[in-house]
Design a protein around this ligand. Structure first.
Ligand code: ITT
Length: 184
C-alpha cells in the first residue's frame, strides 16, 4: 500500500521506508509545500501542516516535523531547526556551544497524518548529546553533530544505529502499526 508523504526532504522518505517496508507500506514523496506555523511544539507544526496539505489534495497524507532541542541552549533550535540549519549549519551550532557545560540534546519527530476524519499525531524521540566537532558524512542535517546516548559516534558516522534508535524510526514505527491496522 502507498501513502503520500509531503516533504521537500528525500532523506526523510527513505528513512520512513526503512520502517514502512516491514509493514508493507510504501511512502511516496509529494513535493507539496506547506507553511510551518510558529509553535515551539513540533507536534503542533505537524498537525497544522497535515491539515493544510489534506485540504489541497483531498486524500490521506502525512507530513513530519523534526526539532533538535539542545538543553544548554534552552531548547534552541527546537521547532525552528530548519530555519537555523539553513542560516548557520552545524558550524554555527558548535560556535554557539563553545564553553557550554551542558551538551545534552534531544531529537523529537512528529508525524501528522490527515484523512477525512481529521489529524492524528505520532511522535518519537531520541536523547543524546552534541559533539565538539563535525564528524561523519552519512545522513543529513544535524546528524554529524548528534551522538545518541550510550554511544560514542554521531548518527553521521553510524547510519545503521540511526536506523535502529532514531526519533524518526520510533515515530514511524508507531504510525505504521496504526495504519497497518486501519488497512486490515
Ligand atoms: P520538510 O519540512 O520539507 O519535511 P526539512 O528537512 O525542512 O523537510 P524539518 O523541518 O522537519 O525538515 O527539519 C528541521 C531541520 O532539522 C532541518 O534542517 C533538517 O535537516 C534537520 N533534521 C530533520 N531530521 C533530521 C535528522 O533525522 N537528523 C538530522 N537532522 C535532521
Amino acid at each position: 500500500m502507498e501513502l503520500k508523504f509531503a516533504t521537500s526532504n528525500p532523506h526523510k522518505v527513505s528513512e520512513a521506508n526503512q520502517v514502512g517496508r516491514k509493514y508493507g507500506i510504501e511512502f511516496v514523496q509529494l513535493e507539496q509545500d506547506y507553511p510551518e506555523i510558529r509553535d515551539e511544539d513540533v507536534r503542533m507544526v505537524a498537525r497544522a501542516g497535515a491539515a493544510y496539505v489534506f485540504n489541497i489534495i483531498r486524500e490521506p497524507v502525512i507530513v513530519e516535523d523534526t526539532g533538535l532541542f539542545i538543553e544548554g541552549l534552552g531548547g534552541f533550535p527546537g521547532s525552528y531547526s530548519a530555519f537555523v540549519f539553513n542560516k548557520i549549519e552545524n558550524q554555527g551550532i558548535l560556535r554557539l556551544m563553545q564553553g557550554a557545560g551542558d551538551r545534552k540534546a534531544e531529537f523529537i519527530s512528529a508525524i501528522g497524518y490527515c484523512d477525512i476524519d481529521g489529524v492524528q499525531i505520532f511522535d518519537g524521540a531520541v536523547r543524546g548529546s552534541i559533539g565538539t566537532e563535525i564528524t561523519g558524512t552519512a545522513g543529513f542535517g544535524y546528524d554529524s553533530i548528534f551522538i545518541p546516548d550510550g554511544h560514542e559516534k554521531t548518527f553521521g558516522e553510524n547510519p545503521k544505529l540511526k536506523a535502529e534508535v532514531s526519533h524518526r524510526m520510533k515515530a514511524f514505527d508507531k504510525f505504521c502499526k496504526f495504519i497497518a491496522e486501519c488497512w486490515d
